[in-house]
Design a binder for this molecule. Structure first.
Ligand code: FAD
Length: 433
């Protein structure tokens, strides 16, 4: 008998689950189908590098077909499921509706930016979660420099040279630090902008930045970034956003043309359409083996699932990190294989090995196996770690080359917002541009 194993989501959890299943299940015994809306895994820890132009966008993704041997990859969007009928529903990229039957289902569609109902935020804010977000951020920063350079007065120029990030978890902090590093790198090519310089403001609702690392390292990061001229407002929230400014809860109005929102994530919207029990924060409720509560053949992992964290008191949900998603992916594959063979699944066990927060300018903070590093050693450890974790030798070499070229020759300042949006054939004027 051949079993149908469906994996919904091709990110960290999905790819690592599929890879392990390919090794555990004899090929004739199962059909593994992986459904994903993109045909690559986005290596998010390197996203700030792509936004800051130190890495080529293509070099921070892992094409699924290059990493999987016999998994049937279906490019499409999961739209719903009926656990009572063992079916999931998919809309393919060419618009067809497909129904897939499963004997075992692994749900791992990850998370999306959690947008709060702040007036003007959805209209004027940029996210920082996808590759498109990272490229849009870089292009917007460059476009702002181009516009600022052409403006007649300094007040208007300042507006375009002010960058505001809201949310100081590692995504926000790395994002703003890398972008500041990038702007500092290219601003010399804009003489009028260079005269007045740029302004970077990081806004955080909690009393400290980066809850993911110990307080002493967060303080070091805060000091380091303030030393570079960055303004950090803790205990402060975004009250409203307009096209040319933001207003904070302390009453401050900051003229700006770039607002980036990095204040947390929530499960991918499809999670609410799957007929599965949801726990706190809308994550799917699972037991310690990652099996969904009340089901016998549905498993959920990664950012979308509330997998009890063995490292935390009272088994709070695992933090939304790729370290956890990778280990959950491998463990859930073992559990699915065990279940198909009539054996019992085992609980997820993992203790975070470390956390790296890259702050650009060859500095980072890190905790590795209880050791705390900061400055250059932490930065070097972070790069070495990501180089080792990136799947595939060719991709590792590309990363190393990008970093080396950036160090030796600086970064490119071409604004490529037109990529992916070609003008129609009957618009020759636009095509010539
Ligand atoms: C900027 C940034 C930096 C980060 N840095 C770190 C870091 O340094 N260290 C760390 O440990 N973690 C980091 N993270 C967190 C990490 O990226 C996530 O925890 C991890 O990706 C979760 O894995 P996942 O498999 O649950 O989801 P993902 O890796 O996001 O994969 C989900 C996949 O499912 C797809 N999908 C979603 N909905 C559907 C649908 N309806 N149909 C089909 N496919 C769908 C998505 O497109 C995606 O490909 C960072 C995140 C961000 C945004």
């Amino acid at each position: 008998m051949s079993y149908d194993v469906v994996i919904a989501g091709g990110g960290f959890g999905g790819l690592y689950a599929a890879r392990r299943l390919e090794r555990r299940l004899p090929r004739h015994s199962a059909r593994i189908v992986l459904v994903s809306d993109v045909n690559f895994l986005l290596y998010t820890p390197l996203l700030p590098g792509a936004a800051a132009g130190s890495l080529e966008p293509r070099h921070v993704v892992v094409p699924l077909r290059e990493e999987l041997d016999w998994t049937d990859i279906r490019l499409g969007r999961l739209t719903g499921a009926d656990p009572a009928r063992d079916e999931v529903y998919v809309q393919t990229v060419d618009g067809r509706a497909e129904t897939l039957h499963y004997d075992q289902l692994i749900v791992t569609p990850g998370s999306v930016s959690r947008v709060l109902p702040v007036p003007g935020l959805a209209e004027h804010g940029l996210g920082f979660k996808t590759l498109a977000d990272a490229i849009a951020l870089r292009n917007r920063a460059l476009l702002n420099l181009e516009i600022a350079e052409s403006l007649p007065d300094d007040a208007a120029r300042r507006e375009y040279l002010s960058f505001v990030f809201v949310g100081a978890g590692y995504a926000g902090l790395e994002g703003i630090a890398e972008l500041q590093d990038y702007v500092a790198d290219v601003i010399d090519r804009y003489p009028r902008c260079r005269m007045i310089g740029s302004r970077f403001v990081l806004v955080e609702a909690r009393e400290r930045v980066m809850p993911e690392v110990p307080a002493s390292l967060a303080e070091f990061a805060t000091r380091e970034l303030r030393g570079r001229g960055m303004e950090i407002r803790t205990g402060t929230t975004l009250e409203s956003a307009e096209a040319d400014s933001v207003t904070l809860s302390n009453g401050e109005r900051i003229p700006t043309r770039l607002l980036c929102w990095t204040a947390g994530v929530m499960p991918a919207p499809v999670v609410a359409e799957l007929g599965l029990p949801l726990g706190p924060g809308g994550r799917i409720e699972v037991d310690a083996t990652m099996r969904v509560a009340g089901t016998s053949n549905v498993w959920a992992i990664g950012d979308a699932a509330a997998v009890p964290d063995p490292a935390q008191h009272r088994r709070a949900p695992s933090p939304p990190t790729c370290q956890h998603a990778i280990r959950q992916g491998r463990r859930v594959a073992e559990n699915v294989a065990a279940t198909l063979a009539g054996r019992s699944p085992k609980p997820f066990r993992y203790r975070t090995l470390g956390v790296f927060v890259d702050m650009g300018q060859h500095k980072a903070v890190a905790t590795i196996l209880g050791l705390r590093l900061r400055g250059f050693p932490a930065w070097f450890a972070a790069r070495t770690y990501h180089l080792a974790m990136m799947p595939g030798l060719a991709r590792q070499v590309r990363l190393a080359v990008d970093w080396t070229v950036g160090l030796l020759f600086g970064r490119a300042s071409a604004e490529l917002g037109q990529l992916g949006h070609p003008a129609a054939l009957d618009e020759p004027g636009k095509r010539a541009a």
